[in-house]
Design a protein around this ligand. Structure first.
Ligand code: ADP
Ligand code: ZN
Length: 437
């Protein structure tokens, strides 16, 4: 495999030099944070008076964590570290778990973000000869403009198609011979279902790759998309608090996401004790952004659950890799006392060939008990009106799920393409149980 690097020197920097860079950058971002109302108080309360108090990388542990709640409490400008006249852009999170949070970027911040994005895109083997269709929501959401600027930096021809409208997406792909797309994994599966429905032949497309992110998905879902569309799918991870996409990305080896450690300091902590975990152990990802001046955010608790790979990648990049994110700690459902992540259900059903491309999890109260229903689509080839084979399939899905999640779910089968598809992040769980007040 021919490995290409956007910035070989930085991407392959020896660990010792990378860590030396991180320490200097950490001191600098701490100083920068003192320019914000929020951090000048927060850091002083923790006994930190300037970047000079950070003597080693381990000193990062003296800095208190920042949470989404903190960002909301500092809304709108409590965490802004530059004069407002230096800000050229505002972005906001999708608001999956509540009121969206905002971040600000200077010209320099946009430039830095685009460079990290270009690094990600290039690491997958794309070049300036590619035609890139960005099938994701533009606007406040960072996935649109983040990828857009990065792809332009690489020199690809960018088609800012946005999300939705599959008929138009196919037309653009055909007319301009799109080779790469970016989307959520759920929208890619929807695109595939629509292709079959509308009779779009794979041979009429020049697609080679897709970048898929913004929501959790399993390795089986990746394999499914790759097989159905005959492309390579690369996992893309980011969050608006840390710029958006461009934080961690898979290289050509598609085996874990390199987190760019010259721009981000990543830690994995135990979400209950808040203590750092040794490399390789699964916990909550905490990130400090080093590559931004307008909105410095220190030790941000992402709530995302992952772990570091302990071995280096054979691509030669020295920046550590994260395992696929399995979900957020706040995605966890408790059903009759059993802890359950939606990703556990996805792992089981996306592995069954009769199951179609979309699913939905519903939890509700039935008397005193919780009732879990898994609604899945069935492949067009396997769907039939005859109830006997359908019942057998239903039972098999329920049994397989029960073995792996220790909950006996009700399973509902739906015709391919009949469950709702969202244009942004997929909504996988509907929890109808009354909330405790
Ligand atoms: P919100 O927090 O409102 O959803 P963002 O748009 O910033 O707003 O979303 C970032 C979150 O999306 C991440 O914290 C993570 O939970 C999820 N996410 C993004 N990319 C991935 C990915 N590749 N795999 C799993 N989850 C992802
Ligand atoms: Zn690699």
């Amino acid at each position: 495999m021919d490995i290409q690097y956007w910035d070989k020197e930085t991407e392959c920097l020896p660990r010792k030099d990378l860590e030396a860079h991180q320490l200097q950058a950490l001191k600098k971002i701490v100083d920068q944070s003192f320019k914000t109302e929020f951090y000048s108080k927060r850091l002083k309360d923790a006994g930190i008076n300037s970047g000079d108090d950070i003597k080693t990388l381990q000193c990062i542990r003296r800095i208190p964590f920042t949470t989404k709640h903190d960002l909301r409490s500092a809304f709108p400008y409590g965490m802004l570290a530059v004069p407002k006249s230096d800000v050229v852009r505002l972005h906001a999170s999708s608001g999956t778990t509540g009121i969206p949070t905002t971040i600000y970027l200077t010209k320099k911040d946009i430039e830095a973000w685009a460079s990290y994005m270009a690094r990600c895109i290039y690491a997958t083997g794309c070049t300036r000869d590619d035609v890139f269709q960005n099938m994701i929501t533009y606007g406040l959401f960072t996935g649109g403009l983040g990828f857009h600027y990065g792809a332009e930096k690489v020199g690809m021809m960018v088609i800012p198609s946005g999300s939705g409208n599959t008929a138009r997406q196919f037309k653009l792909m055909q007319d301009f011979e799109t080779t790469v797309v970016h989307s959520t994994p759920s929208f890619l599966l929807h695109v595939e279902s629509k292709m079959r429905e509308e009779g779009v032949k794979r041979g009429s497309l020049k697609l080679k790759r897709a970048f898929a992110g913004a929501e959790p998905y399993s390795e089986d879902t990746r394999k499914r998309i790759e097989a159905l569309l005959d492309i390579d799918v690369f996992n893309s991870y980011g969050l608006s608090e840390m710029n958006g996409p461009g934080v961690a990305f898979e290289c050509q080896h598609k085996n874990g996401l390199h987190i760019w450690e010259d721009g981000y300091i990543a830690e994995i902590i135990d979400p209950d004790t808040l203590e750092p975990l040794p490399d390789g152990e699964k916990g909550e990802l905490v990130i400090t952004i080093l590559c931004r001046e307008a909105s410095p955010i220190l030790r941000y608790r992402t709530r995302d659950i992952t772990s570091f790979y302990t071995e280096p990648c054979s691509c030669g990049r020295t920046h550590r890799r994260l395992h696929r994110i399995t979900g957020r700690s706040d995605d966890m459902l408790i059903v009759n006392g059993v802890n359950l992540f939606p990703s556990q259900i996805e792992e089981v059903i996306m592995n069954m060939k009769e199951v179609g491309n979309n699913y939905l999890i519903v939890v509700e109260k039935e008397g005193a008990l919780d009732r879990l229903t898994v609604k899945t689509e069935v492949n067009a080839d396997n769907f039939m009106d005859d109830s006997r084979p359908m019942n057998a399939l239903k039972e098999r899905i329920a049994r397989t799920l029960q073995v792996s999640i220790s909950i006996n779910p009700r399973v509902e089968l739906h015709e391919n393409g009949s469950l709702p598809v969202s244009e942004g992040k997929a909504v996988r769980v509907i929890d109808k149980r009354p909330k405790d007040v």
